[in-house]
Design a protein around this ligand. Sequence first.
Ligand SMILES: Nc1ncnc2c1ncn2[C@@H]1O[C@H](COP(=O)(O)OP(=O)(O)OP(=O)(O)O)[C@@H](O)[C@H]1O
Length: 604
Amino acid sequence: MVEEKGTISVHTENIFPIIKKFLYSDHEIFLRELVSNAIDATQKLQKLASMGEFQGELGELKVKVAFDKDAKTITVSDQGIGMTAEEIKKYINQIAFSGATEFVEKYKDKGDDKQIIGHFGLGFYSSFMVAEKVEIVTRSHQDGAEPARWVCDGSTEFEITTAEKAERGTDIILHVADDSTEFLDSWRLRQILEKYCRFLPVPVEFEEKIINDTAPLWTKAPADLTDEDYLSFYKKLYPTAADPLFWVHLNVDYPFNLTGILYFPKVAKDFEMHRDKIQLYSRQVFITDEVKDVVPEFLMLLHGVIDSPDIPLNVSRSFLQADSNVKKINGYISKKVAEKLHELFKADRKAFEEKYDSIDVFVKYGMIADDKFYDRSKAFTLLQNTEGKYFTLDEYQEHIKANQQDKDETLVILYTTDPARQDTYIQGVRDRGYDVLKLDGVIDNHFINTLEQKLEKVSVRRVDSDTLDKLIDKGTQAESVLSDADKEKVKEVFNQALDRKDVNVEALSPDDLPVLITLPEFMRRMKDMARYNGMGAMMGNLPDQINVVVNGNHPLVTRLAGETDAEKQKALAQQAFDLALLSQNMLNGKALTDFVRRSVSFIS
Ligand SMILES: Nc1ncnc2c1ncn2[C@@H]1O[C@H](COP(=O)(O)OP(=O)(O)OP(=O)(O)O)[C@@H](O)[C@H]1O
């Protein structure tokens, strides 16, 4: 018997086609919404029972998801608080509808902004994305409540009748539309449940199996957990990943609510974007693994889960970025991570050093991106020299202080981006007793800039950026063996032999090579940056700017100056230049072949 017929009051007559259209890419979330509602209803009842306001038998509370391929239905059932006919009118016809209407009003002009959609909890009405008709059969927990049935076929009209229902709780029955029959499938439903519902707090049953873990690790107290617990939870989240290095258990309830566990994965130096991502939950319901804005960008390489009811999920991304809670969460996470790393550093420096290569990228990225993180991390950030020894920033400055100050008392940090290729230069500076850092990671270029900005009176230079005397200019210049006239002569010979105009002849130390090719630090860094930022076409592809310096004090050059045979002079100049190119790994093609042939003729 029909008790009541009515029209749902909405401004938009065709609300369902619009919902369907806008949520096109995300139809599967209907199940998340219905199961979360069922969980909410169950927890509300538990709450009433704990306050003594519900005295009946709770029984074994669980949520059941079932489907019937022939009848084309999907049913979500709970034994929660249920609804009376009056409550259906209030909660389903008014409240749920207002949410759906608001959504449509807000976003109908925004075309396909999928980000908005993914974060919008449409609640109960999202079931119309996949159903042509939805039925609610429900019985309230209140004593003597009449079971009620609500039906709506996706138009703005609904029908409420009495119903037969012996058990307390609610069944939501979806009559699946013809274009959504993909959901009448065991594998598909299980996949959706595993994605969104695997950590829900009330047991969820599908095909006679409970699919969820109702008390995931992040909801427990860190003091009760062992390393094995953390490791096995990680395996559950990322079955194929190698064991993580360490983890941070997040737990805060003021000024916002947030729990979670972040794991540090093993990361290679040249990291690629990771497939495994941090998962964002709201009260144990999976929301998304697009955690941009919520997690500081430099920590996006971490793995794990974050659960916060305070992250607004139903708003656009730009709003999320501006949201003050989100900003605080960001700051909190970055602080906790820095604290954890500092703790590990203090507890066992050796173990920390062993794992350092894997966290090097996070730390440096964080220091570049976030001043506060820089300040929190500077005590444990490590630099490694070419001998494999690790130093903190302070230790390193202390280490090189005695030997690597220039005449203006600026401390010069020397580094290599490729120990094998720059070996000649590294050996050269090491012969002077200088130390060389290995800064060969993808973001070291940026990190070097940050270091120069942050450290006082420090300049950072690559080993091949200048001649030995000038790398660290101590104000002492070697006496020139050549006269000024000879210098001019040598310069002329080289310019002609090499077909250049810019060769310099300088009085270098006799330990230097006869000819040196240096890549000026500033230009090289600009180019590297351009390449890194994907602007290679503009700048990165320009040929390397090189300086050619002839060492007037090298015996070979003195000999060349005294040589009378012009051909021989030219060959010597060419040979010395090629050797310099070779030490910079710049000799190839025809030049390399010529060099080899010339060398053979010299020795035969
Ligand atoms: N299984 C259920 N048992 C009892 N009440 C329910 C059930 N499903 C929905 N309701 C009632 O209907 C209301 C509207 O549900 P709907 O899912 O549209 O919105 P919501 O759950 O309040 O918010 P959200 O948009 O975040 O899902 C709920 O607040 C609840 O009162």
